[in-house]
Design a protein around this ligand. Structure first.
Ligand code: PMP
Length: 423
């Protein structure tokens, strides 16, 4: 076993699975919503790997599409849109058609991090191409999450990470809460003619807040009035997670750019996408730049990833699939409410679809610290349940394909863990 890997995780206060460096805990197999470790223990994966394994481990159509692509053309670049999944099968067009007009142009990449960075850069670049004065600032939300590159790290409102992304973060500013007055106050303080974009997640990933369609709608309208782009980071919420393909499609006004990732390939391949409004794309008038900006990575639009993405779209758009996700989500919320009613630490459940979070509080009503939630994850693990963490919340992000029986299993395991956990 790679001992250094376990040791690395052993150094982190945030770690869960390998804290005890037990090689028996390595996950070695998965099937449906369950995973098995090297010692043969079975877990219900209520975090869908990294929130991305939306169709579980055994999605045969996705595996089959990847196998076929592997056999006919295992590599190729999308930079010139040259292979069948990108062009003939019309993946980009199908994806864009799921989003409201004028979000019509898609750029593929491998990670959400890459695409949030490209969105922020493209916002500035678009101004250059349309002869506008330069605007440098991007406004984002403290406690948001946008990825791992220097710019994505700067956009992520986590002060401890910022130190290492300086000086890139000189032009990134954060509001402490994703409220319209706070965001507009910051935009106006910086000067709207200096702010190129506002970047938000429809649901704050690390501290689950319910989706607020009125907030997002007003944000887009107010930003548009200031000619500030709105970039919606749907890396977590997109691809069906909240029970609709995207949150964007529920808005009466479209943002300027949308970032998708994670569930786009249901976790079977690294795949992400940036979808931009027609006006932004059209402004990149010079063909070499259009192809080149903002430069591409070798495996952008990898044919196997795109074959997986197409097969995932088939599943997500099949009749009744997303309605089923919304139903299961409501069912799970009800089961959690009734099943955990006697557990003193368990608070309300927020969220929708398969993006839920259980509030956890001490006897005096104070929300659990991140450290406590993290400790509790170990208790959950010991009761056969894998979860994520957030301050005061236990995020529950099971596969969209979770069955009713698995909903009951999830609540049973959670109840047992709550009963056993010593605060
Ligand atoms: N944005 C959001 C909202 C995310 O949740 C994540 C990943 N957790 C990212 C961006 C970064 O995506 P990736 O990990 O694929 O780089």
């Amino acid at each position: 076993f790679p001992a250094s890997y376990a040791a690395w995780h052993g150094l982190s206060p945030m770690t869960d699975f390998f804290r005890d460096s037990d090689p028996g805990r390595f996950l070695v197999a998965g099937s449906g919503s369950h995973v098995t470790d090297a010692a043969g223990r079975r877990y219900l994966d209520a975090r869908s790997s990294m929130w991305n394994l939306t169709l579980g481990h055994s999605c045969e159509p996705v595996k089959e599409a990847m196998r076929q692509q592997l056999d006919v053309l295992p590599s190729g670049t999308v930079l010139r849109y040259e292979h069948p999944p990108a062009v003939a099968a019309g993946y980009a067009a199908r994806l864009a058609a799921l989003l409201p007009d004028p979000l019509r142009h898609v750029r593929f990449g491998n990670t959400g991090s890459q695409m949030t960075e490209q969105a922020a850069m493209l916002s500035r670049f678009h101004r250059r191409m349309t002869g506008q004065p330069e605007r440098r600032y991007v406004v984002a939300v403290h406690n948001g999450y946008h990825g791992t590159g220097p710019l994505a790290t700067a956009l992520t409102g986590e002060p401890i990470l910022h130190e290492w992304s300086a000086p890139v973060d000189a032009y990134v500013r954060h509001v402490t809460a994703p409220t319209l007055p706070e965001i507009l106050a910051l935009v106006d303080e910086i000067g709207p003619d200096q702010v190129t974009a506002v970047l938000v997640e429809p649901v704050l990933g690390s501290a689950i807040e319910p989706v607020s369609l009125p907030f997002l709608t007003s944000l887009i309208s107010e930003c548009r009035a200031r000619d500030v782009h709105v970039i919606l980071d749907e890396v977590t919420t997109g691809a069906g997670r909240t029970g609709t393909m995207t949150v964007t499609e529920r808005l009466p006004v479209a943002p300027d750019m949308v970032v998708l990732g994670k569930g786009l390939s249901a976790g079977y391949f690294p795949l992400a996408a940036l979808v931009v409004a027609r006006s932004i794309f059209d402004a990149l008038a010079d063909p070499p730049l259009r192809l080149g900006f903002p430069n591409g990575s070798t495996t952008d639009g990898h044919p196997i990833g795109m074959a997986a993405g197409l097969a995932v779209l088939d599943v997500l758009t099949a009749d009744g699939f997303l309605a089923g996700v919304r139903d299961t989500g409501r069912h799970l919320v009800d089961l959690l409410a009734s099943g955990l009613a006697d557990e003193p630490a368990a608070g309300p459940v927020v969220g929708e679809g398969m993006m839920l979070a259980l509030g956890l509080a001490y006897d005096d009503g104070e929300p659990w610290s991140v450290r406590e939630v993290n400790r509790f994850r170990l208790t959950c693990r010991d009761h056969g349940l894998l979860t994520s963490y957030a301050p005061g919340f236990l995020p529950l992000m099971p596969p969209l394909t979770l069955s009713r029986d698995e909903c009951a299993e999830l609540v049973d395991r959670l109840r047992a863990a709550l009963g056993a956990h010593k605060v």
